[in-house]
Design a protein around this ligand. Structure first.
Ligand SMILES: NC(=O)c1ccc[n+]([C@@H]2O[C@H](COP(=O)([O-])OP(=O)(O)OC[C@H]3O[C@@H](n4cnc5c(N)ncnc54)[C@H](OP(=O)(O)O)[C@@H]3O)[C@@H](O)[C@H]2O)c1
Length: 286
């Protein structure tokens, strides 16, 4: 990448902050713009500009001098296609040379409920005329390790995923790949990168890992999708969100979060961080 700035949207979130940190290792700080809704949460060391997906004028203003964009998908499930479209439209108008969008594994065919908005966003990108790449991220390891202490205390990992294998990687891995790929110039038009962990695990193996780490027995409780959804509601999740998570777990059981292409490993030039290491960090932080 020869000139111009890179804007990272969602830069106040967990993935976006890490993408900014990874870009700082590769580019002068004055070539990086962190975009987000709240300056108070801005990552340090780079310029911050307000980027609110619901306020197109903020997006347009933040694109001044920007030639590449990492569009981190938002977290307002159900509202994301128009939000992402606002960024894509503004980037096309501003003449952005490359946009990378954080999508989901095999977004074009993935039946997870959560995949629909990613698929629709990729379709908006394809119709936009922009040069773009899809960073089709698998699950974060942190989706599991974030509740590891609770699972150890309960002695149970609830699952609707059966023996399905999940190729999770850490946010640090996906962030590094985003930084590497947005800086490359050798993409095919609309290229999709299926980004996933170098290794995979089933939820039974995850429970075994929790047992080994804690010295306490942790077992898998096999549930149907509707039983798992009900259990999540019982644990305090809103019904709609519980349904989405149960759907994802059941479809992970059918292999939709598995990928052994090692595309992520090739992009970052090292194997992804092992689940056990991410777990150690999560347990140490408690
Ligand atoms: N692969 C996976 O396992 C997985 C898991 C969960 C989510 N995801 C997806 O990956 C994305 C990044 O993950 P994450 O862990 O970084 O999530 P996160 O910490 O929740 O970050 C989401 C980011 O989206 C921003 N955002 C939400 N609504 C916005 C709006 N209207 N305008 C501008 N920014 C907005 C948030 O801004 P604020 O800081 O202002 O709230 C935040 O920076 C998520 O948003 C979601 O699409 C993937």
């Amino acid at each position: 990448m020869s000139s111009g700035k890179i804007l990272v949207t969602g830069a106040t979130g967990q993935l976006g902050t890490r993408i900014v940190q990874q870009l700082l290792k590769r580019l002068p700080a004055d070539r990086i713009v962190a975009g987000g809704r709240s300056a108070a949460k801005a990552p340090p060391g780079v310029e911050f500009k307000v980027v609110d997906y619901d306020q197109p004028a903020t997006i347009e203003a933040a694109l001044d001098g920007v030639t590449r964009v990492v569009l981190v998908s938002g977290n307002a499930v159900g509202k994301r296609v128009p939000q992402h479209q606002a960024v894509i439209d503004a980037a096309a108008r501003a003449g952005v040379q490359l946009l990378a969008y954080t999508s989901i594994l095999r977004a074009n065919v993935n039946p997870l409920l959560l995949a629909a908005e990613h698929r629709a966003t990729e379709e908006v990108l394809a119709a936009s005329g922009l040069s773009f790449i899809a960073l089709r991220n698998s699950w974060y390891s942190e989706n599991y390790t974030g509740s590891a202490a609770f699972a150890i205390q309960a002695g149970v990992v609830q699952s609707a995923a059966g023996e399905g294998r999940i190729s999770a990687a850490s946010r640090d891995d996906y962030a590094e790949a985003a930084a590497v790929l947005i800086l490359r110039d050798d993409h095919k038009p609309g290229q999709a990168y299926e980004l996933a962990g170098s290794t995979s695990f089933s939820k039974r193996e995850y429970a075994e890992l929790l047992s080994r780490k804690s010295g306490k027995q942790v077992v898998v409780q096999e549930l149907t999708e509707s039983q798992y959804s009900a259990a999540l509601v019982h644990a305090g999740l809103p019904e709609a969100f519980a349904g989405i998570l149960a759907d994802s777990d059941a479809k992970a059981g059918d292999g939709w979060l598995f990928d052994d292409s090692r595309t992520l490993e090739k992009a970052i030039g090292r194997p992804t961080i092992p689940l056990e290491q991410t777990l150690d960090a999560a347990l140490a932080a408690k």
